[in-house]
Design a protein. Sequence first.
Length: 154
Amino acid sequence: MPEHAHDSPRPDTGGLRTPPVEDWDSWPFVGTVTPKTLRPPEPEPDRDGEGVRPCAACSKGDDAYIWTDELLAEMGIMLARVERAVLAVECVERVHILRYGEGSAHLHWWFMARQTGVRQTASGFAMIWDDVLPPTPEDVHRASIETVVAAMNR
């Protein structure tokens, strides 16, 4: 039912939330938004570097990149290790690794998991979907953290 007689009815979003994007200084749009219906999980496609598909980036030599050195290699190993630990959580298909430094002066890495089969939440809008999807129940969240910690300790 509309909140006001002149308002149109709002669509049922199946429990999805609308984050307060109009309050975000970085949000590039004006007006309200309504989340799309989340499609059911679907099969994951093969990607470069999986199965028999070669990875174009990995096949290039160091001269194809702006910077490589031993410190960078150690950081890459650490990032890959954390990614594998997050992938140990059941139903996690992909891990987005992000570096944002707007809120503090030092380096922070963020690891954002994407659920298997939920391709609609992939890519650059993954962080927005994180605010739209219903919150993970606390017990599931704690169990996921324990899985990651156990995987890091192996």
